[in-house]
Design a protein around this ligand. Structure first.
Ligand code: HEC
Ligand code: HEC
Ligand code: HEC
Ligand code: HEC
Ligand code: HEC
Ligand code: HEC
Ligand code: HEC
Ligand code: HEC
Ligand code: HEC
Ligand code: HEC
Length: 354
C-alpha cells in the first residue's frame, strides 16, 4: 500500500508542477511594465469611509510612469541611479526599503530600467553627488532645505493630483505654506498606514494643533484620544470646499456620517438642530454633559425666553434642596419633560415630550 500511495503522490506532484510551469511560463515572459504596476498591492486606509478601491488606485498614474523630477537650480544634472545615492545615504535607504514607494518603484524599475527610484522625488543627482553641500542641488523636503515649498508639493502632486487633493490649491494649509512632508514622511513607515510623519493621524495633526488635541481631553469628548476615530474622520487636511476643511458640504452632513439617526426625518423638527448641530454642541470636547456648549437649562434659555414657563429666572432657591424646588432645574432640567430635543416622530410630540 505505502509505496503505491507515495508513487501516486509523486506522480500528482509532478503533474502539478508541469501544469504550473505550462500555465505561468508564457504569462511571465509577456509581463509588461503596466502589468507590474497593476500587480502592486492597493493601499487602503480610508478609515471607514466608502471608497472605490479601483478608483483609489487609479488616482495616481502609478509607478511605471515615474520620471526624474525637474529641479531648476540643478538644470544640467544627470540622473545617477539609486546605487550612487545609497553609497552615501545607507541609513535613509534602509528605512526607505520597506515603504510602498520603494516596493512600487523597485518593481517598476525592474521591468524598465529607465524608471528612477530616489530621483523620481529628489531630482537628478549628479551635481549634488559632486557637491553635496551645494544649496538646492538636490530636491529637499525638510524644513530649512533650499527647495521652495511649492516645488516640493509639485513633485508629489505630479503623481497625486486630484482625488482627495482636488482642492489642495487655495486650501488653508497650502496658503500657510505647508509642504506634503509636514504630514507625510515617505522615507520610512513611521505610521501603520498613510506614510505619515508621526505614529498616527492625530499625532501628526497635534504637531501644530495642540490646542484642539487638548480639547479632546475634556470631560465630554468623542473617542479620539481613545484611538477610535481621527481628525480625518471630519476634516480633509488636503483642502475642501467647506470651511474649516470639513469633508462634507455642511457641518450636519459631517455629523450624520456617524450619527445617522439625528438626520430624521422627523414629524416635528427642532429648528436649531436642522440648522446646525453646533448651535448646542462643540465638536472637539466640552466640560458640559454630552458636548454641550452650555449647561441645561441655560442652553435652552439662550433662545427660549420670550414667553411661558421657559422664561422664569432660576435661582439657587429653585434647586432640589432649595426653598422652592422647580422641576425645570431638578434632575435633567428641561430634558425631564422635553426629552426628544433632536426632533420627535410621536403624534403627540410637537413639544418634544416623547
Ligand atoms: C558623495 C556622497 C553623496 C551622494 C552620492 C549623494 N548624497 Fe545626498 N547628501 C550627501 C551629504 C553629505 C548631504 C548633507 C549635506 C548638508 O548637510 O549640507 C546630503 C544631503 C542630501 C539631502 C538633504 C538635502 C536637503 O536640502 O535637505 C537629500 C534629500 C539627499 N542628499 C539625497 C540624495 C539622493 C537622492 C542622492 C542620489 C541621487 C544623493 N543624495 C547622493 C552626500 C551624498
Ligand atoms: C516618494 C518620494 C521619495 C522617494 C522615492 C525618496 N525620497 Fe528621500 N525624502 C522624501 C521626503 C518627503 C523627505 C523628507 C522627509 C522628512 O520630512 O524628514 C526625504 C528625505 C530624504 C533625505 C534627507 C533626510 C534628512 O533627515 O534630512 C535623504 C538623504 C533622502 N531622502 C534620500 C533618499 C534616497 C537615497 C532615496 C532612494 C533610496 C530616496 N530618498 C527616495 C521623499 C522621497
Ligand atoms: C512617481 C509617482 C509618485 C511620486 C513622485 C510620489 N508618489 Fe506617493 N504614491 C505613488 C503611488 C503609485 C502610490 C500607491 C497608490 C496610491 O496610494 O495612490 C503612492 C502612495 C502614496 C501614499 C499612500 C501610502 C499608503 O500607505 O497608502 C502617500 C501618503 C504618498 N504616496 C505620498 C507621497 C508624497 C508626500 C510624495 C512627495 C514627496 C509622493 N507620494 C510622491 C506614486 C508617487
Ligand atoms: C496637514 C497634513 C497633511 C498634508 C499637508 C498633506 N497630507 Fe496627505 N494625508 C494626510 C492624512 C491625515 C491622510 C490620511 C487620510 C485618511 O485616512 O483619510 C493623508 C493621505 C494621503 C494619501 C493617501 C490617501 C489618498 O488620499 O489617496 C496621499 C496619496 C497623500 N495624502 C498625499 C499628499 C500630498 C501629495 C500632499 C501635498 C500636496 C499631502 N498629502 C499633504 C495629511 C496631510
Ligand atoms: C505644520 C503645521 C500643521 C500641521 C501638521 C497641521 N496643520 Fe492644520 N493648520 C495649520 C495652519 C498654519 C493653519 C492656519 C491657521 C490659521 O489660519 O489660524 C491650519 C488650519 C487648520 C484648520 C482650520 C481651517 C480653517 O479654515 O480655519 C483645520 C480644520 C486644520 N488645520 C486641520 C488639520 C488637520 C486635520 C491636521 C492633521 C491631518 C492638520 N491640520 C495638521 C498648520 C498645520
Ligand atoms: C467629529 C468631527 C470632528 C473631529 C473628529 C475633529 N474636528 Fe476639527 N472641527 C470640526 C468642526 C465641525 C469644526 C467647526 C467648529 C466651529 O465652526 O465652531 C472644526 C474646527 C476645527 C478647527 C478650526 C477652529 C478651531 O477650533 O480651531 C481646527 C484647527 C480643527 N477643527 C482641527 C482639528 C484637529 C487637529 C482634530 C483632531 C485632533 C479635529 N479637528 C477633529 C469637526 C471635527
Ligand atoms: C467618525 C464618526 C463620528 C462623527 C463624524 C461624529 N461623531 Fe459624535 N460620536 C462618535 C462616537 C463613536 C461617539 C461615542 C459614542 C458612545 O460613546 O456611545 C460620539 C458621541 C457623540 C456625542 C455624545 C458625547 C457624550 O459625551 O455623551 C455627541 C453630542 C456627538 N457625538 C456629537 C457629534 C457632532 C455634533 C458631530 C458633528 C460635528 C459628530 N458627533 C460627528 C462618532 C462620531
Ligand atoms: C437645541 C440643542 C441641540 C442641537 C441643535 C443638537 N443637539 Fe444633540 N443634544 C442636545 C442635548 C440637550 C443633549 C443631551 C441629551 C440627554 O442628555 O439626554 C444632546 C445629546 C446628543 C447626543 C448624545 C445622546 C444621543 O441622543 O445620542 C448626540 C450623539 C447628539 N446630541 C448629536 C447631535 C447631532 C448630530 C446634532 C445635529 C444634527 C445635534 N445633536 C444637535 C441638544 C442639541
Ligand atoms: C439656538 C436656539 C435654540 C436653542 C438653543 C433651543 N431651541 Fe428650542 N426652538 C428653537 C426654535 C427656533 C424653535 C421653533 C420655534 C417655533 O416654531 O415657533 C424651537 C422650538 C422648541 C420647542 C417647541 C415649541 C413650540 O412652540 O412648539 C420646544 C419644546 C423647545 N424648542 C425646547 C427646547 C429645549 C428643551 C431646549 C434646550 C435643550 C431648546 N429648545 C434649545 C430654538 C432653540
Ligand atoms: C415638568 C415638565 C416640563 C419642564 C421641566 C419643562 N417644560 Fe417646557 N413644556 C412642558 C409642557 C407640558 C409644555 C406644553 C405646554 C402647552 O402645550 O401648553 C411645554 C412647552 C414648552 C415650550 C413651548 C412654548 C410654550 O410656552 O408653550 C417651550 C419652548 C418649552 N416648553 C421650553 C422649556 C424649557 C426651555 C425648559 C427648561 C427651562 C422647559 N420647557 C421645562 C413641560 C415642561
Amino acid at each position: 500500500m505505502r509505496p503505491r500511495a507515495a508513487g501516486l503522490a509523486g506522480t500528482w506532484a509532478g503533474a502539478c508542477l508541469l501544469l504550473a510551469a505550462l500555465l505561468f511560463a508564457p504569462v511571465h515572459a509577456q509581463q509588461t511594465r503596466e502589468d507590474f504596476a497593476r500587480s502592486l498591492p492597493a493601499s487602503d486606509f480610508t478609515s471607514g469611509h466608502v471608497r472605490d478601491d479601483a478608483k483609489h488606485f487609479l488616482a495616481a498614474p502609478g509607478f511605471a510612469n515615474a520620471r526624474v523630477a525637474a529641479n531648476p537650480p540643478a538644470a544640467g544634472a544627470q540622473p545617477v541611479g539609486e546605487k550612487v545615492c545609497i553609497a552615501c545615504h545607507q541609513l535613509e535607504s534602509e528605512h526607505f526599503t520597506h515603504t510602498l514607494h520603494a516596493l512600487g518603484l523597485h518593481a517598476a524599475a525592474q521591468a524598465d530600467a529607465s524608471v528612477p527610484v530616489c530621483e523620481s522625488c529628489h531630482g537628478a543627482g549628479s551635481e549634488h553627488a559632486r557637491d553635496p553641500t551645494g544649496k538646492g542641488l538636490i530636491i529637499g523636503y525638510t524644513r530649512g532645505s533650499a527647495t521652495p515649498v511649492q516645488q516640493q508639493t509639485e513633485v508629489c502632486l505630479s503623481c497625486h493630483a486630484g482625488g482627495a487633493r482636488e482642492h489642495w490649491a487655495g486650501s488653508v494649509h497650502q496658503r500657510n505654506a505647508l509642504s506634503c512632508s509636514d504630514c507625510h514622511n515617505p522615507m520610512a513607515n513611521f505610521s501603520g498606514q498613510g506614510l505619515l510623519a508621526r505614529r498616527s493621524i492625530n499625532d501628526t495633526c497635534a504637531q501644530c494643533h495642540q490646542d484642539v488635541r487638548q480639547q479632546f481631553g475634556r470631560r465630554s469628548h468623542m473617542p479620539l484620544a481613545e484611538g477610535q476615530m481621527s481628525c480625518a474622520d471630519c476634516h480633509n487636511p488636503h483642502g475642501t470646499l467647506t470651511s474649516p476643511l470639513l469633508k462634507t458640504a455642511t457641518v450636519n452632513e459631517t455629523c450624520y456620517t456617524c450619527h445617522a439617526e439625528k438626520r430624521g426625518p422627523f414629524l416635528f423638527e427642532h429648528a436649531p438642530v436642522r440648522e446646525s448641530c453646533l448651535n448646542c454642541h462643540t465638536p472637539h470636547g466640552s466640560n458640559q454633559h454630552a458636548l454641550l456648549v452650555a449647561p441645561v437649562p441655560l442652553l435652552c434659555q439662550q433662545c427660549h425666553s420670550q414667553l411661558g414657563h421657559p422664561n422664569d429666572l432660576q435661582t439657587p432657591a429653585s434647586l432640589a434642596n432649595g426653598a422652592h424646588p422647580d422641576e425645570r432645574l431638578i434632575g435633567r432640567a428641561c430634558l425631564t419633560c422635553h426629552a426628544q430635543v433632536h426632533g420627535s416622530n410621536a403624534p403627540s410630540g410637537p413639544k418634544f415630550h416623547e
